[in-house]
Design a protein around this ligand. Structure first.
Ligand code: HEC
Length: 110
């Protein structure tokens, strides 16, 4: 890893106070669901068998996961950019992976 990246990582750990142990690649889907229920469920159907979202303009997370080409990277980008139709919710760094892992886990397995 180059020094600059190490600096950025160390900086964000300091800035957000997350323990290095949470900087793992795969998130914890149970924690992701828990967060989604608290923060996203106001508008989105967040559970696997939700067919409708409380806000009809918001896709269910199952639909999001099944969007062709949907990837973790696309979700990170979505969550980090503002949207006119969705409040800009800043998802804390330590739950972002959990949340994304959870959404992607809803994708139909072939
Ligand atoms: C106040 C309502 C509201 C809340 C709360 C909300 N969203 Fe949304 N979200 C929307 C709406 C409306 C759209 C559709 C916007 C569009 O397509 O332009 C959307 C779209 C999305 C999309 C894009 C789907 C796609 O196919 O491009 C993702 C991903 C998403 N939301 C994730 C989340 C997550 C994760 C949370 C919780 C951290 C959240 N949203 C909280 C209203 C909300």
């Amino acid at each position: 890893m180059d020094k600059r990246l190490v600096g950025i990582l160390a900086g964000s750990i300091l800035a957000f106070g997350i323990a290095p142990a949470t900087a793992q690649e795969l998130g914890n889907t149970a924690k992701g669901l828990d967060y989604a229920k608290r923060v996203c469920a106001e508008c989105h159907g967040v559970e696997k068998f939700d067919e409708l979202s409380p806000n009809p303009d918001a896709p269910t997370f199952k639909n999001v996961a099944d969007t062709p080409g949907m990837t973790g990277t696309a979700l990170v980008v979505w969550l980090q950019s503002p949207h006119p139709s969705m409040p800009h919710i800043v998802v804390p760094d330590d739950v972002r992976n959990d949340l994304i892992e959870y959404i992607l886990s809803l994708k139909d397995k072939r």
